[in-house]
Design a protein around this ligand. Structure first.
Ligand SMILES: Cc1ncc(COP(=O)(O)O)c(C=O)c1O
Ligand SMILES: [Zn+2]
Ligand SMILES: [Zn+2]
Length: 426
């Protein structure tokens, strides 16, 4: 059995065990190692860094005895062993729904919906923010911040409130009203920026370079933040009885979530926590912002930035940081990436609601609609067990369905009026 190796780099000044079984940062472009610290770009080639580990033996029993949150997977994350004693939103442990009626509707044999609307701020972003918050604390950073397409802002504002630290969230001014309010309510410093998400992201990078003590969760502590999405993979495997599904469909904005679900599956195999088997990873985008789907279809290794124009605002990143890595994962596993237009997005929000009683935000409509499209195009095998990620809550994007659904009638409060309507309805 290997023993856990703790960050011993005096340069970072971190307490022993600050990052659990994580041992170093590794460049995804050139493979060079960096010490654990507030680093996010390779010192050799400026490539993006990700977390590397020396895992001890980890058993199902150990994990199952842990808390009913992402912290049951603490040995697989860059967090200290005592992480659950700190104040966080304790996200995760969301339901895996056996979606039989949606499966029938799409023509799939077995479909599961990983329903991440059950998180504290109703999106998968609570997972990544909880891990970023831990890194920020261990690195001695005092302000939690982010550029966001909406859900991340909600998660950062709530997590900072819970931890009792300051937060600053930057969002494009044209975001959905519900998402703006669901950040502002936590009394965060919410800043609306004239411009697109890509403009906001660039501004955040400039601030991060200048201000000391700030943890921009998806910029300068991005390697730690991104690890939080592995918990989606861990939960899916555990909920399936410690085995991997055949196919997973994942919404893509920056592409971080998709690449980390793949990393999570690979780690489970490596640790012997699931049996090794092939699995296919699929990406979902809205046509109005589909740079990765476009690159996939063209056979490109790089992603050409676009100007987003879609109602799926949470996925409206025109210059996705992890785009090339999404292409790698999808091609390596034999999956695909597809996109659907906004009308189809709305129709698929309704489809999921009607068939499974789950109200997804626009990103969920994208994922459901792309799943159906992939089946229709013969790219997704209808006989293989499939999981789709529902990453966000429909209550935050109400305008998407506002023109499509509503009362079937309005009547005076009299029984005859009701029966008249009921009979006419047939
Ligand atoms: C609801 C929802 N789903 C999916 C994503 C995509 O995440 P990523 O940037 O990791 O690709 C986002 C990102 O903002 C989101 O808000
Ligand atoms: Zn490098
Ligand atoms: Zn909700």
């Amino acid at each position: 059995m290997m023993t856990a190796v703790f960050s011993a780099d005096p340069a970072t000044g971190c307490r022993p065990g600050a990052f659990g079984n994580a041992t170093h940062l590794i460049c995804r472009a050139c493979g060079a190692h960096s010490p654990l610290g507030p680093f996010y770009a390779c010192m050799e080639c400026f490539g993006p860094l990700e977390v590397g580990y020396a895992f001890p033996t980890i058993t199902h029993a150990e994990i199952e005895a842990g808390p009913k949150s992402i912290w049951r997977y603490a040995p697989l994350l860059p967090v200290p062993a005592d992480i659950s004693t700190f104040r966080s939103t304790d996200p995760g442990f969301t339901r895996l729904v056996d979606a039989r009626q949606l499966a029938d509707d799409i023509g799939l044999r077995q479909l599961w919906v990983k329903d991440d609307t059950g998180n504290p701020t109703h999106s998968f972003k609570d997972r990544v923010v909880a891990v970023a918050l831990s890194a920020a604390r261990e690195l001695g950073l005092q302000v939690l911040a982010c550029p966001s397409t909406g859900n991340l802002a909600n998660a950062v504002a709530a997590a900072a409130a819970r931890a009792g630290i300051k937060s600053v969230v930057l969002v494009p001014e044209n975001l959905e009203k519900q998402k703006i309010l669901a950040s502002a309510v936590y009394d965060t410093t919410l800043i609306a920026v004239h411009g697109s998400y890509d403009d906001v992201n660039k501004l955040a990078s400039e601030i991060a370079a200048e201000e000391e003590g700030w943890a921009f969760v998806n910029v300068n502590v991005r390697p730690y933040y991104a690890e939080g999405s592995k918990t989606l993979a861990f939960e899916i495997a555990e909920q399936l009885g410690w085995r991997l599904p055949d196919q997973v469909v994942i919404p893509v904005a920056s592409g971080s979530q998709l690449t980390k679900i793949d990393k999570g599956f690979a780690e489970l195999i490596k640790l012997g926590l699931v049996e090794e088997k092939p699995y296919k990873i699929y990406g979902a985008q809205a046509t109005g912002c589909s740079p990765v789907a476009h690159a996939y279809r063209e056979g490109w290794d790089i992603v050409q930035p676009v100007k987003p124009n879609t109602i799926a605002k949470s996925l409206a990143i025109g210059n996705p940081a992890d785009g090339p890595y999404v292409l790698d994962v999808v091609r390596r596993t034999g999956g695909a990436i597809a996109d659907i237009d906004d009308d189809t997005v709305v129709a698929n929000i309704q489809r999921l609601a009607r068939t499974e009683g789950i109200f997804a935000e626009t990103a969920g409509g994208v994922t459901v609609g792309v799943t159906a499209k992939l089946v229709a195009d013969g790219l997704l095998d209808p006989d293989q067990e499939t999981v789709l990620i529902n990453s966000g809550d429909g209550l935050k994007t109400l305008d998407a369905v506002a023109d499509r659904v509503g009362p079937k009638t309005t009547i005076p409060p009299r029984y005859e009026a009701f029966t008249e309507f009921w009979k006419a309805r047939g």
